[in-house]
Design a protein around this ligand. Structure first.
Ligand SMILES: Nc1ncnc2c1ncn2[C@@H]1O[C@H](COP(=O)(O)OP(=O)(O)OP(=O)(O)O)[C@@H](O)[C@H]1O
Length: 267
C-alpha cells in the first residue's frame, strides 16, 4: 500500500508503466514482471482484477459500468472475494500493461469528471496466483485439505496452491481543515478520512498484537481483512514528496504484528 498526501508520489511509485524504459516501471509492473518470470505455463495461472474504491463504492476499473461491487467474506476460511468484479487471466507482461492502461484511463476519467487531477479514490490491483502441484497424501496440511481433489487408490493428490497479492494506491491523505474542501469535495474527503483512519486503527491493533483487528469500519479494511491475518504480509510505503524526504528517511520504522507482519518504509 502507498500512503501519503496528495502529490507526494503514490501513483508515481506504484503505477508507472515504463513501457519504453524498464527502469521507469512502478511497483505494480515490477511485481507482476517478477511473478510472470517464475510462472510455469503448464501448472500456474495468474489473474488480475483492477478496482477503485470511491466514497465506499467499489468500482471496476476494467469495466467502469460495474459499480457497487459487493465484498464477500468466506465465514469458514476468512477469504475475501469480490463476486462480480472482472477477472482477467494474464497472458504476459504486455497484456498487464494494456490492462493497467485501461484502468488508468478509467480512473483519470473519473477524476476529470470530479474536476480534479488528484486521485480521490483508492486504486486496488488484485493478483490471484494458482499453482497446481501433486503431493503425497500424508504430507498435506489441514488447510490444504480444503482445496484438494482426491484420486481414488492413489496417495498422490492434486493440490492447488493459491496466493493473492493486493497493491493499493491510497487516495491522498490531506487534512480537511487544511485543504479547505466544501460541498461534494468535503463529502469525498470525509469518506477518504474514514477509510484511512480505519486502516490506521487496524495497523495500530496489529502493531500492539491486539486480539481484535477492527476491519469492519470501512470497505477498505474489509477488503484488506485477509491481508492482515494468517500468513499474510503487508507492506506500507509512506510517500512524503521531495521537501520532507530527508527528514522522513530518519523516521522510517518497521513493526511486526502478531499474525502477519507489517513493514513500513518511507520514500
Ligand atoms: N520520485 C519522483 N520523481 C519525479 N517526479 C515525481 C516523483 N514522485 C512524484 N513525481 C511527480 O509528482 C506528481 C504527483 O505525483 P503522483 O501523482 O504520483 O502523486 P500522488 O501521491 O499519487 O497524488 P494523488 O494523491 O493526488 O493522486 C506527478 O507529476 C509525478 O510525476
Amino acid at each position: 500500500m502507498a500512503y501519503g498526501q496528495t502529490g507526494t508520489g503514490k501513483t508515481y511509485t506504484l503505477g508507472r508503466l515504463g513501457k519504453d524504459d524498464a527502469s521507469e516501471r512502478g511497483i505494480m509492473v515490477r511485481a507482476l514482471e517478477d511473478i510472470i518470470s517464475s510462472m510455469s505455463v503448464t501448472s500456474d495461472s495468474v489473474e488480475v482484477s483492477y478496482l477503485q474504491l470511491y466514497m465506499e463504492s467499489i468500482q471496476d476499473l476494467l469495466a467502469p459500468e460495474k459499480v457497487n461491487i459487493p465484498i464477500n467474506e468466506d465465514p469458514k476460511t476468512g477469504e475475501v472475494s469480490l463476486p462480480g468484479a472482472t477477472v482477467v487471466k494474464l497472458r504476459d507482461l504486455d497484456h498487464l500493461l494494456q490492462l493497467l492502461q485501461v484502468g488508468e484511463v478509467n480512473r483519470h476519467a473519473a477524476n476529470t469528471k470530479l474536476n480534479t487531477e488528484s486521485s480521490r479514490s483508492h486504486a486496488i490491483l488484485v493478483v490471484y496466483i494458482r499453482r497446481s502441484v501433486h503431493e503425497i497424501i500424508d504430507k498435506i496440511t489441514s488447510e490444504e485439505k480444503d482445496t484438494r481433489t482426491e484420486l481414488p487408490g492413489d496417495n498422490h493428490v492434486p493440490l492447488v496452491r493459491k496466493s493473492k497479492l493486493l497493491i493499493v494506491d491510497l487516495a491522498g491523505s490531506e487534512r480537511i481543515d487544511k485543504s479547505g474542501s466544501e460541498g461534494p469535495l468535503l463529502e469525498e474527503a470525509k469518506f477518504i478520512n474514514l477509510s484511512l483512519s480505519s486502516l490506521g486503527k487496524c495497523i495500530n491493533a496489529l502493531a500492539e498484537n491486539s486480539p481484535h483487528i477492527p476491519t469492519r469500519d470501512s470497505k477498505l479494511t474489509r477488503l484488506l481483512r485477509d491481508s492482515f491475518g494468517g500468513s499474510a504480509r503487508t507492506s506500507l510505503i509512506i510517500t512524503v514528496g521531495p521537501s520532507a524526504r530527508n527528514h522522513a528517511e530518519t523516521t522510517s520504522t518497521i513493526m511486526f504484528g502478531q499474525r502477519g507482519s507489517i513493514r513500513i518504509s518511507v520514500v
